[in-house]
Each structure stands twice: as C-alpha cells, then as structure tokens.
Design a protein around this ligand. Structure first.
Ligand code: SAM
Length: 340
C-alpha cells in the first residue's frame, strides 16, 4: 500500500527507527523499505510531528506486515473503525506499567482501553491513565485503569534495570537514547554533574561506561534520590555516583567546576542556566534541555549563547530535537562548550 515514510541514510536508520518508536511515530503494520544507501521508515500520524532533522518525509509503496496476533492495541477493541480513529497511537511502557494519555472524549471508556493495553503489551501488570507531570518535583499524576499492584517497578534501559516509581518521581522511557548519547560523549577522567537527575538514568549510563571519574547526581525530590540509591545497590558502578537530595539553589553556589554538566529541567531550567553554566570548566561541556517552539528551532541556541555571555564564552557544538513534545514544539538538546 502507498503510505508516508521517513527517508534516512542507512547509517542512521537504526537510530532514527528507535527515535520514532520512542515517539510513537513508527507505523507497526508496514515493513521498513530498503533502498540503495537508505531506509524508508513507515510513519504514523501527521508528518509535521516528525522533526525535520530526522529525515525527509516521502511517499512509498510499503509491504504490509502479516502477524498472527494483533498489530495494534486498537485491534483488541470491538469498536467501529471510525471510533478507533480517536485512540492515541502511542503509549509508554515503564517496566511492568503501561501509561496512556486519553482525550477527554475517551475517558469514559478508559477501563476497556486499559484492558486492551494490558492484554496487548507482554508482561504488563498495571495500566495507568497519565494526567501529566505536575509541581516542582515533576511528579506524574496517574490513575489505575487496568491490572493490579504498586506503581513501583523496574525499567530496563541501556542494559540496566532502573528502580522507578511512576507516581513518586519523574521518569520517561522516551529518553533512553538521549541518556546513552550523552554517556558516550563523556571522556576519561571527566567529572560530571547530573542536575535534576530524577531516578538517575544519565548518571547510571555514564558511570556504567566507566570513563567518568565522578558523577554527582542532584535532585530536589528525595523519592527520586531514594530510587537512584536502590538502583545503585544493585549496580554499584565502583562508587562513582554520589546521589544528593538537594535543590539547585543549595547545590550550585559551592559546586566546584567540572568537565560535563547535564541539566534536564525542560520548562524551568532557563532560570538556572547562568548559575549552572558557571559550574563548567573552560573546555567543559554543558547539556541543556528545553521545550522549544518549532518556529525557534535553529535559532534558540544562539539566543542562549548571548544570554550566557555575562558568565563566559560558550559555543553551541550540538543542537537536536530529542523528541516531539506537542504538534508545535519539541524537546531540544543544546550542547555548549565553554571557550573562556
Ligand atoms: C524532567 S525531570 C528530569 C529527570 C532525569 N534527568 C531524566 O532524564 O530522567 C526534572 C527533575 O528536576 C527536579 N527538580 C525540579 N526543580 C529542581 C530544583 N530546583 N533543584 C533540583 N532538582 C529540581 C525534579 O524533582 C525532577 O526530578
């Protein structure tokens, strides 16, 4: 059948496939097309949702995938096709927990949808309706719609089973590739600050590679730090991760400068950016995340460099959309190098 796909060079095919999958934009009922030097990944949803830097949206003939069981959770719902069109395509799997956001018009049918997801995703114990993250600690408000048991679970990411509690501390399974990318950039002997670390997926990925001399993981939410400590009990990583339950306001003033600084507080991080940037040594790198409107893509980095000029000379050495955030915005990474 003819459908939309994303044309990407073969060398980036697997990376972009995982990005699309994490964003719920990879169409599961069509097979990936192989062309000379390229792959075409079948797309779900509107092409505007795909960041332009990921590849070119094209139309192609795709082969339909024949599977024994259902290809999508909606196949398990005995609804008319027109009603199924209202169902979200994507949902998140966090260990044994599945989370889904529903439009208001479908909340009355949440139990049926939850049960379909519980049956569809292998290993699911509990399905929650996701009411978003709220408050300074970015805790997720969730409502049980199918299954049983606690929100605490273990989620496998980058080869590690992280202790996670979807209600008590922030965690998103859509950042796994980003955690791995930043970890790969760390050089031998680097000291690292993982600011707003949540349950510590950046810290653990960095420490597991074994190159960092020390990783200090800071979060204001004591529950997040307790979960990180629980993971570290199972993966001691040579004692290289030091978890600290503290607000940035307490931690930053006395913090000596280091080679790598990560800060993932996408909506409010801007207010801390200058004091965070001060904690990077000359030649050090700062990984800063922000939700950016599409209209600002490609421009925001230089605006931030100018805003940092009272602190020092910074250059943008990488800028990318990690995943779409809303139809009009994306979660973007800005990697700065301090040049003076
Ligand atoms: C988006 S989450 C980041 C989670 C983590 N870095 C990850 O990749 O999974 C933001 C975190 O910032 C923490 N936070 C918010 N304000 C803070 C502050 N002023 N000082 C320290 N941590 C803060 C929240 O508790 C939350 O865990």
């Amino acid at each position: 059948m003819i459908a939309r796909g994303l044309l990407v060079p073969r060398s980036r095919g697997e990376e972009v496939r995982q990005d699309l999958q994490e964003a719920g934009l990879l169409r599961p009922d069509l097979a990936i097309r192989r062309e000379v030097g390229s792959l075409v990944l079948p797309l779900s949803g509107h092409p505007d949702e795909v960041p332009a830097s990921w590849g070119e949206v094209v139309e192609r003939e795709f082969r339909e995938v024949r599977r024994k069981g259902p290809v999508r959770y909606r196949d398990l719902l005995p609804w008319p096709e027109a009603e199924k069109e209202l169902l979200p395509r994507s949902f998140d799997v966090v260990g044994e927990v599945v989370l889904i956001r529903l439009p208001a018009g479908l909340e009355g049918r949440k139990a049926e949808i939850g049960e379909a997801l519980r049956r569809f995703v292998p290993g699911t114990r509990l399905v929650g309706l996701d009411h978003g993250v709220h408050g300074p600690d970015r805790r997720r408000v969730v409502e049980k719609i199918a299954g049983t048991g606690p929100w605490r679970t273990r989620h496998k990411e980058n080869g590690v089973e992280l202790d996670v509690d979807v209600e008590r501390a922030y965690f998103s399974p859509r950042l796994a590739r980003e955690h791995a990318r930043v970890a790969q950039a760390v050089r031998s002997g680097d000291r690292v600050y993982d600011l707003c670390c949540g349950v510590g997926p950046f810290s653990i990925a960095i420490a597991r590679l074994g190159r960092a001399a020390q990783v200090t993981a800071v979060d204001a939410n004591p529950d997040a730090i307790e979960l990180l400590r629980a993971t570290l009990e199972r993966y001691p990583v040579g004692g290289r991760v030091s978890p600290r339950a503290a607000r940035l306001e307490e931690f930053l003033p006395g913090a000596p400068p280091v080679e790598r600084v990560v800060m993932n507080l996408p909506h409010e991080g801007i207010k801390y950016l200058p004091s965070v940037a001060r904690t990077a040594v000359a030649g050090g790198h700062l990984y800063y995340y922000e939700v950016v409107p599409r209209s600002e893509f490609g421009r925001r980095g230089n605006t931030l460099v100018n805003a940092l000029s009272p602190v020092g000379t910074f250059a943008v050495v990488a800028e990318r959309v990690v995943h779409p955030y809303s139809p009009a915005s994306g979660l973007a990474l800005f990697e700065f190098e301090r040049r003076g």
